[in-house]
Design a protein around this ligand. Structure first.
Ligand SMILES: Cc1cc2nc3c(=O)[nH]c(=O)nc-3n(C[C@H](O)[C@H](O)[C@H](O)COP(=O)(O)OP(=O)(O)OC[C@H]3O[C@@H](n4cnc5c(N)ncnc54)[C@H](O)[C@@H]3O)c2cc1C
Length: 453
């Protein structure tokens, strides 16, 4: 590894320590937070520090009725202004309880401020599991579902596909209940909501019997194998992630998460398409210490401690970073991967690591995977916004033939016209916003720029 990359990565590790020590930024209770509010990565400063912590649905209703413009803040893990408001911010962080677990119906209803990290151990103790998780458990359920957040697995839809019912406080302050069983398209329109339809106060999620998993990592998978065997590689486990820096014609690390309820043996030291099994736990960026990563080396553990890459009690990822991510139909996966690989000289100098994951298709209108089994090509960038702003349009141009859709919560430069053209339900989604929120109470600059410009 060259010296400047190593120095940069070590600098990031120091930032992680500092962030963990100083605690969350500016999450005061009551009507206002004293300090400026920033997102998790620190690259985005929200336009107001007026932050109200709601404690009940009634409190949310009153707050919504009292204000002409507001936005809900989740756990602030988005990298762009999707959660921003110039007027009022509302947090549901204190509304984080499990409301009901219906074991017979296999559904759990939670208050919308709960994070996966809070919910999952409880579910496991009760004998249940969610179908999938993102790379970190720290994010809120409502915020993740609003942006189409996903994990990996050819048979696994994004996290929002587990939602079976929602309770929403609309712009008028009324409570609206929607369910998959009763409300058809109105429900499918409202799950990946981009925060545009109202304040989600409760979410009901599908659960299944809890299960155990093992995680195995393989190093240095030749890109030629990806070209020849992508589908087999992506289907080699319940959830598969490929990490690459696009250098040297290889995937640096393959993380395979397998369910072990079928009694598979707990040793696996064979090659994987020419990649070698790792001999110790590793971080996606191999130069970083693996202590904040979930257990690997085939050690059995509960689903919630294997599906994410990062463990709860630790600051995840590398801290000071930017992210973007692009979704293409899975049938174009190999062409899309090769298209990005061709840009490696532009991409790699600004990159910490890329991750390739698959997600099953869904019926949620504004989901990046709406009616498309997808490949997501993710970029964790060094925090150099000018460089990233130069590289993203190159990637978007290369991926344009595949009707690329960006992650709603990460950085992108696609235009509003391009976005609207790539979401066939966008016009209907805007009609629904008009019905629920005729005066644009939940509209912010992000929505105006990306859905209306
Ligand atoms: C280190 C890191 C790792 C990540 N890994 C992944 C990954 O593996 N996969 C992936 O797909 N993404 C990933 N992300 C992105 C992340 O999952 C999304 O940004 C997600 O939206 C985060 O949820 P949040 O609560 O922080 O959302 P916020 O940024 O707080 O808000 C996002 C949107 O949700 C809305 N919202 C939040 N709560 C409510 C509510 N109660 N009612 C109505 N609207 C609401 C907000 O208004 C806003 O529009 C990662 C991000 C980071 C920083």
């Amino acid at each position: 590894m060259n010296r400047s990359r190593r120095q940069f990565i070590q600098g990031c590790a120091a930032v992680v320590g500092a962030t963990a020590a100083s605690g969350p930024l500016g999450q005061g209770s009551g009507a206002a937070a004293a300090e400026p509010l920033t997102n998790w990565a620190g690259n985005y400063r929200y336009s107001t520090a007026r932050l109200h912590q709601a404690t009940s649905v009634r409190d949310v209703q009153e707050f919504v009725r009292q204000h002409d413009r507001l936005k809900v803040l989740g756990t602030r893990h988005c990298f762009n202004g999707i959660a921003d408001s110039a007027h009022q911010l509302l947090s549901l962080r204190e509304m984080n309880q499990v409301v009901a677990l219906d074991a017979a119906a296999r559904r759990v209803t939670v208050e919308a401020g709960v994070s996966y990290g809070q919910l999952c151990p409880y579910l496991h103790e009760q004998g249940f599991a969610l179908h999938n998780l993102a790379s970190l458990p720290h994010i809120s359920v409502a915020g993740a579902c609003a942006t189409g957040t996903h994990g990996s697995g050819v048979m696994n839809g994004n996290l929002a596909t587990a939602v079976s019912a929602l309770e929403i406080v609309t712009a008028a302050g009324d409570v609206l209940n929607l369910s998959r069983d009763k409300d058809g398209s109105a429900f499918q329109a409202s799950v990946v909501s981009l925060g545009a339809l109202g304040v989600v106060t409760k979410v009901t999620l599908d659960v299944q019997p809890t299960f155990m998993m093992r995680q195995d990592v393989y190093l240095n998978l030749p890109m030629a194998q990806v070209r020849e065997h992508f589908e087999d590689i992506a289907s080699a486990g319940y959830s598969v992630s490929l990490f690459t820096d696009w250098q040297d014609g290889r995937i640096n690390e393959v993380w395979i998460k397998r369910r072990i309820d079928d009694g598979r043996p707990l040793t696996d030291d064979r090659e994987f398409y020419g990649a070698q099994p790792a001999t110790a736990n590793v971080h996606p960026i191999i130069e970083l210490a693996a202590e904040n990563c979930t257990e690997q080396m085939g050690v059995a553990g509960p689903w919630y401690d294997r599906l994410p890459h990062f463990r709860m009690g630790f600051t995840p990822s590398s801290g000071k970073e930017l992210q973007s991510e692009y979704f293409v139909p899975r049938r174009h996966a190999v062409e899309a991967i090769l298209a990005v690989e061709r840009l490696r000289e532009h991409v790699s100098p600004h990159l910490m690591i890329s991750e390739l994951r698959t997600i099953d298709a869904d019926e949620l209108w504004m989901s990046q995977c709406y009616r498309r089994p997808s490949l997501a090509i993710h970029f964790t960038w060094k925090q150099d916004i000018e460089a990233v702003m130069t590289v993203m349009p190159m990637i978007e141009r290369e991926l344009a033939p595949f009707d690329v859709r960006p992650h709603w919560g990460k950085l992108f430069t696609l235009t509003s016209a391009q976005l609207q053209g790539r979401y066939e339900k966008c016009a209907e989604f805007k009609q629904l916003i008009e019905q629920h929120d005729p005066r644009g109470k939940f509209r912010n600059e992000f929505l105006t720029a990306n859905l209306y410009a």
